[in-house]
Design a protein around this ligand. Structure first.
Ligand SMILES: [Zn+2]
Length: 154
């Protein structure tokens, strides 16, 4: 069944340390551009109400933290947990010709190179606080053929 195949593909994507992509597991399959803001804000609210602790939320994997510091993009968003610094955005690409664990994109140039002429890539953007290790999926979207085909139908 098509549904089962989608699930399997999704599970393969998530084998990349699901804890570093918080929010991803709550969603169904990846379709078009998805904003994970609502899920993120719900967690932040729980934190401010005292129902979740920093231990629960500030658990970025060392690799993710390193990526945020070294290749992450600046953002204008304060960390919602410690409010001491801006979160940084780290992008991961998953796709047929990429490693199963995905590829961390280190620059806009690399993103352009990796996405040139390819189809059906999934991009996950994770916001990470280099100060307190808060991390959450900020966006997930597809790049390439199928998304265009979907929106192009009349
Ligand atoms: Zn922080």
């Amino acid at each position: 069944m098509a549904g089962r195949q989608t699930l399997r593909y999704h599970a393969a994507v998530m084998s990349f340390r699901p804890e570093t992509l918080r929010g991803a597991l709550d969603q169904g399959r990846l379709a078009g551009q998805i904003d994970y803001r609502l899920a993120r804000n719900a967690l932040v609210r729980e934190f401010h109400k005292g129902r979740l602790s920093r231990l629960d939320l500030c658990d970025a994997h060392p690799d993710l933290l390193r990526a945020a510091i070294n290749v992450g993009e600046d953002s204008r968003e304060d960390c919602p947990i410690c409010a001491e610094t801006k979160v940084r955005l780290v992008s991961y690409l998953f796709g047929p010709r990429l490693p199963p664990s995905g590829t961390c994109v280190s620059s806009k140039r690399e993103m352009a190179r990796l996405t040139r002429g390819t189809k059906d890539l999934a991009c996950y953007v994770v916001e990470v606080c280099p100060n307190c290790s808060w991390n959450h999926l900020a966006q997930a979207f597809t790049i390439g053929g199928s998304a265009k085909a979907r929106s192009g139908s009349s």
